[in-house]
Design a protein around this ligand. Structure first.
Ligand SMILES: [Mg+2]
Length: 277
């Protein structure tokens, strides 16, 4: 019987798109905890944003920040050898992201070359970010503490947007889209981080059954890297049409309500009873 390992997106998936509340997912969160199933946060959010969430949700597991920019692992969590890493904020960090100053500079160059107005988080004040996201001032400041991923908006026609995105690819960088913003990253995504972390669990525990749950295009690489990919409904009740994948399961519910239904069903179907040692 393989052990279950779950990767989850946060914004619009475990957390409500507008209020960032997870109350609707609490029953399934409780079941995961009582069954000791590792729940891995895998988000475009920063370390500064995810750390307080882990505290609030009493989550003691590794987590993936800024669309796969780094995997952060609590010291002593694994006994198997880790890939090259450094220590950041008391966690062991396996980094694959491009440095944020490089992303900022490149985004500016691309906007100039495309002659399009592009606004990144680095161009915005904390107040701007709070207004655009509905985050508190304190949380918006945490969202601006970025290391590997720049969220941005493009002002212009679809052709302007396409020109900016093409230039990003021509530079060897990547773009993706979350619930609110486009994102510029180095050559990494959620999927690479999910594969790398799943492999560490396999080395430590043997066979694992992996599940992933998300709502947007930036979750597609994560969903492609797990055995059981699950998509929740967006606030308008529909599914993101850009997320297509063989074997994709469609949760019947928006954000955390869909999360609760899908994870409850997954736990029942996989008959998880045995906690890890
Ligand atoms: Mg999301």
């Amino acid at each position: 019987m393989p052990r279950l390992l779950i990767f989850t997106d946060l914004d619009g998936t475990l957390l409500d798109h507008a209020t960032y509340a997870w109350a609707a997912a609490q029953p399934a969160l409780d079941r995961l905890r009582s069954n000791q199933v590792p729940l891995i946060f895998c988000s475009s959010k920063t370390r500064a944003e995810i750390e307080p969430l882990r505290e609030a949700l009493e989550n003691r597991h590794p987590f993936i920040v800024e669309n796969g920019g780094a995997i952060l692992i609590p010291a002593g969590y694994f006994t198997v050898p880790l890939p090259p890493h450094r220590t950041i904020g008391g966690h062991l960090a396996i980094e694959s992201g491009a440095p944020y100053p490089v992303l900022r500079r490149t985004l500016g160059e691309i906007a100039a070359a495309a002659d399009v107005t592009v606004r990144g988080y680095g161009d915005l004040t904390v107040k701007d970010v709070a207004a655009l996201t509905g985050l508190s001032i304190e949380d918006a400041a945490r969202a601006k503490a970025r290391d590997y991923d720049e969220p941005f908006t493009i002002e212009g026609t679809p052709a302007d947007r396409a020109r900016v995105l093409d230039l990003i690819e021509a530079r060897g960088l990547r773009w993706t889209r979350g619930g609110r913003f486009h994102h510029l990253t180095g050559p990494h995504d959620k999927g690479g981080a999910v594969r790398q972390l799943s492999e560490l669990y396999r080395q430590q525990y043997g066979r694992m059954l992996t599940a992933g749950i998300g709502d947007s295009l930036n979750d597609l690489p994560m969903l492609g890297a797990v055995d059981r990919p699950i998509l929740v409904r967006r606030p308008d009740g529909g599914y993101d049409p850009d997320v297509a994948l063989p074997g994709l399961e469609f949760a019947n519910g928006i954000g955390p309500a869909g999360w609760n239904a899908a994870i409850t069903a997954l736990l029942q179907a996989t008959d998880v009873k045995t906690p890890p040692p």
